[in-house]
Structures are given as C-alpha cells and as structure tokens.
Design a protein around this ligand. Structure first.
Ligand code: COA
Length: 187
C-alpha cells in the first residue's frame, strides 16, 4: 500500500518540503544529490553513489514491489532520499530494510525523522513487522541518529563488509520493531 503523494511538510526551521515517490525522471536530480554527499559519508555506503551508473541502475530497475524510494525536495531540489526494501517471498518477507541519506545542509532539522516516519507508515501498510538498517561500525553519527529514530543495535558482524576504499569494516545491524506492544492482560 502506497500512501497518497505528494505531501507538503515543514521542517523545524520552517523549510518547506515536498515528499513523494521517486520516478524515473528524477535520475539527474538524484545523481546531483548524491554528488553533494560528503566523501566521508559515501565511503561507508553500500553502493558507490558518486558513480552515475549506480543511480542509472536504480532508475532502470525501479520496481515499487521491491523498493519504495521516497524523496524529499525543497524548491525542486532533492534534499533527502529514503528507501524501503522488501521481499515478497521467503523467510524474511515480514522484514523491510531501510536506507536514508539527507543533504548535509538539511541535517538535524527533523528531515530524517520525517522520512523514517514515511517509511514506517508504508512498511506498516504492507504488514511488515520489523525494519532493519545496516551500517558500518565507524558511522558513529548515523548509528547515534538511528538510535534516536527508534532502532536498536541487534548484532555486529565483525570485519564483514568493505568500505568504498576497500578497508574491512564491522557490519552493525539495527532493528526497529513495528509490532504494537500488546496491552498487559489484567485479571
Ligand atoms: C543519519 C541521517 C540520515 C540523520 O538525518 P537527519 O535529518 O539529520 O535526522 P533528524 O534531524 O531527523 O534527527 C533524528 C534524530 O537523530 C539525532 N541525530 C541526528 N544527527 C545526529 C548526529 N550527527 N549525532 C547524534 N545524533 C544525531 C537527532 O538529534 C534526532 O534525535 P531526536 O529525535 O531524539 O532529537 C543523516 O545524518 C545522514 O544522511 N547521514 C549520512 C547518511 C548515512 O550515513 N545514512 C545511514 C546509512 S543508511
């Protein structure tokens, strides 16, 4: 189930933001957005987002049944990108994986919270039961931000992944449970 977009929101500092699903026509704007993300962040991303071929592959493979990409725009410019990844079959069909990147000029203004809220709403609508985010152990700010966004560190797989410079890094798995906590039964 996809919510009705576009939505108009305001950040804490008053910035007006449009939130909507990504479409193929966003390829150029999305490439521009990722070029602006500092190298010290990109180093720890799963994919090489500075390479336009990466963004082209995402756009070419756009399929909302597998990945729901939500963009935040200000004055027509992409300032945030959140994605919800899921599988329709298999043992992890109740699990969604999220990724989230905010333009450095718009961080710590509540935009990450806003986009995670969108991803959580969509995940609940799709009857997903938990959300996972995968980070590298050196992403201290992001690890802290995701704790604030309701995710708990569930596991560390030591030296399991390699950053964009080829150095081995710890993989940290954080989870946010989407199931309502049942009311305690009273007798
Ligand atoms: C992590 C990230 C998405 C947070 O986005 P944001 O727009 O700054 O988030 P918000 O302003 O909504 O803040 C969310 C919470 O995290 C906290 N937070 C944000 N940045 C933080 C930081 N650098 N250090 C510690 N806490 C931080 C905020 O205080 C807030 O907590 P609160 O609700 O209790 O006040 C953003 O920093 C980012 O894009 N980082 C680079 C990309 C990345 O590493 N993504 C993770 C891989 S998927």
């Amino acid at each position: 189930m996809v919510k009705h977009y576009p939505k108009h929101e305001k950040l804490r500092d008053g910035t007006e933001v449009v939130v909507r699903l990504m479409v193929k026509e966003d390829q150029g704007a999305l490439s521009g957005f990722f070029q602006k993300v500092p190298q010290e962040d990109r180093l720890f991303f799963r994919d090489d987002v500075a390479d336009p071929a990466t963004i082209r592959a995402w756009v070419d493979g756009l399929n909302y049944d597998r990945v729901l990409p939500v963009l935040a725009l200000s004055d027509g410019k992409v300032i945030g990108d959140g994605t919800l990844h899921r599988r329709e079959r298999g043992w992890a069909r109740h699990v969604g994986t999220v990724r989230l990147v905010i333009d450095p000029d718009y961080r710590e203004k509540g935009l990450g919270t806003l986009l995670i809220g969108e991803l959580v709403d969509m995940a609940k609508g799709l009857k997903l039961e938990r959300l996972v985010v995968q980070l590298m152990g050196t992403q201290h700010a992001a690890l802290s931000a995701f704790r604030h966004l309701g995710f708990e560190r569930e596991a560390i797989v030591y030296q399991h992944v390699k950053d964009q410079a080829g150095r081995p890094q710890d993989l940290v798995i954080m989870i946010r449970d989407l199931m309502e906590t049942p009311e305690p039964v009273s007798f």
